[in-house]
Write a protein that binds this ligand. Sequence first.
Ligand code: MLT
Ligand code: MN
Ligand code: ZN
Length: 311
Amino acid sequence: MTGGVRSTFLKILVLGSAAGGGFPQWNCNCGNCAGLRRGTIAASARTQSSIALSENGQDWLLVNASPDILVQLRANPALQPARAVRDSGICAVLLMDAQIDHVTGLLMLRERTAPLPLYATAQVFGDLSDGLPLLRVLGAYCGVERHVLGEGAVTLAPLAETLLAVVALVSKAPPYSPHREAPRPGDNIGLVILNRTNGRRAFYAPGLGVPTDDVARVMGASDVLLVDGTFWSEDEMIVQGLSAKTAAMMGHLPQSGPGGMIELLDRMPAARKILIHINNSNPILREDAPQRALLARHGIEVAWDGMEIDL
Ligand code: MLT
Ligand code: MN
Ligand code: ZN
């Protein structure tokens, strides 16, 4: 049989587009959080960081398990296809790091009827066995089936036509990790998502601190970029009196300024350039902000909860 490549889309569904804390954050009264609560700014609430991937719209790979997962599942009925008395569309979970905003939702999946297939690097499995021993805790409930992600590309059960490859990122291990100040490759990863039916590639990296040559090469070969949108500026939390931490101290590359994310994205030919994992302090959350208009002039989009991308 001959024939061209069958083009079937891989669906990327944004479940949560905010960084740790979400938007608004429970204890935050910054201009954005207070403005959203009062209804005085043009912005939408966002839950914490997670995406889901599906080829058939029924069986999903969850990428990150957000503390907001139960709300995200209610908002996205496609992930609850209800084929049996106890059932979920979530077939497996893959983690980008061991940060609270990406892993604590695992506890909410404990009622599963079978062990949860979990994909992560050895470093992330280490932090989740040790600093934050979720795996031991889950062992008393559904348990997890560990799959260690290494260098080679993999195909996972629910996504037969998709190739996933890990890219080690320079960012930060979680604050609770003994490796926080001496990060190792594998503490944070980016994910290359290749749709083998049409050859299109996405790159997902919600925590990207330093755009190394490797990362720039991978980004340059991608059709869709879903990358770290945490902060607009290096000192944004300090200036607003929210925290003493800079973006770099937290392992995030800010959008503005020399060497920032906007400059990096300008060099990329990708058709879609999307910022994700947006902190509640970031001015780009306001739809009428000048920073938002600047992004638009650079062809950069801002992810929102419920956004769907066909790859
Ligand atoms: C981060 O991405 O820097 C962390 O998730 C922040 C946090 O949750 O404390
Ligand atoms: Mn985070
Ligand atoms: Zn805030």
